[in-house]
Design a binder for this molecule. Structure first.
Ligand code: UDP
Length: 313
């Protein structure tokens, strides 16, 4: 297949490029490098079936198609970055999604939207199942991300209904692994960075809020299966192994630098209290479930960060 990927230089996008290239596909990659990094394309970069364009998908473009598949991953995904660039976040979910859908329609291609567990907001249903409509504050600081993804889902479903587009929607839960940006503020790189530097781990609130962490290789496998499926409604992709953020801090500390203190800091507004995917649908229709446990996934991730963290002496 000839595949167009937006957000290709990002954490998940770059792993998806590698996976498609390994399967023999041709990849045309887009990224505006606002949070993505060309260094993430170290494997893909020199490949003869890979082409990269530095481009902002909210601006008009007419890439050299035709494409068999279009994967739309471009977004600011970490709270730190979407607070810093809230308008760009809204734009990539709205105008950016529309532009990617138009290319898909032009080429009669398959479409994958990477949406998010944030569509459920601070959920009142636990674990989160796809039929739950969510509890999102539409005017809070996180809304630039949550609502742009909800809009992107609505736009994708509408293109499917109006034009018969072969679209798919992944609701991605917390994902981690090599190529996360060290400074992106999310809890996995933040704790690993702090532990490697010998600094206190910053737990927001009392650490009783929960998350469920999925290793990036598992997630990418789910994305590929979903793209090739005939399912048009959203599908949760994540690891249902749930833990509190305080437990996760202990896990990182024990694995990297035992004895470090934990420093409690204020909880950000609208921070979801519980998050865990119900992956029954993904199991049923994709035959997918995560295979990599936290110990194994964190070993690879810490190894990756170890070479990147500059420890002051
Ligand atoms: N968090 C934390 N310390 C940090 C960064 C994040 O305690 O240094 C918490 C954050 O408040 C949230 C959870 O960890 O409850 C996951 O945050 P992250 O930014 O990774 O992603 P989110 O799931 O909130 O989108």
């Amino acid at each position: 297949m000839r595949i167009l990927i937006s957000g290709a230089a990002g954490f998940i996008g770059s792993h998806l490029c590698d996976r498609f290239l390994a399967e023999g596909h041709e990849v045309v990659a887009l990224d505006n490098l606002i949070t993505g990094s060309y260094a993430n394309l170290d494997t893909a970069g020199g490949h003869p079936r890979f082409r990269f364009y530095e481009h902002d998908i909210t601006q008009p473009f007419d890439m050299d198609g035709p494409f068999d598949a279009v994967c739309h991953l471009a977004s600011l995904a970490s709270p730190k970055f979407y607070y810093a660039y809230p308008i760009a976040t809204l734009e990539s979910g709205s105008t950016g999604t529309r532009n990617m859908l138009e290319i898909t329609r032009r080429d009669n291609a398959r479409f994958l939207l990477t949406s998010t567990s944030e569509c459920y907001g601070d959920p009142e249903v636990h674990p989160q199942v796809e039929t739950y409509w969510g509890n999102v504050n539409p005017v809070g600081p996180r809304s630039c991300y949550d609502e742009s993804k909800r809009y992107a889902e609505a736009m994708t479903m509408t293109y499917h209904r109006v034009y018969g587009l072969k679209s798919t929607i992944a609701r991605i839960f917390n994902t981690y692994g090599p190529r996360m940006a060290l400074d992106d503020g999310r809890v996995v790189p933040a704790f690993i960075d702090q532990a490697l530097r010998g600094e206190p781990l910053t737990v927001y609130g009392d650490g009783s809020q929960t998350r469920s962490f999925c290793y990036v290789r598992d997630l990418v496998d789910g994305l590929v299966r979903l793209l090739m499926s005939e399912e048009r409604y959203p599908v949760n992709l994540g690891n249902p192994a749930e833990m509190t953020i305080l437990e996760f801090a202990h896990h990182v500390r024990d694995a990297v630098n035992p004895g470090l203190p934990i420093q409690f800091q204020p909880l950000p507004q609208d921070d979801p209290k519980r998050r865990r995917p119900d992956i029954g649908k993904a199991r049923r229709i994709l035959g997918w479930e995560p295979l990599v446990g936290l110990d194994e996934g964190m070993r690879d991730t810490v190894e990756y960060f170890r070479s990147r963290v500059v420890v002051a002496t």
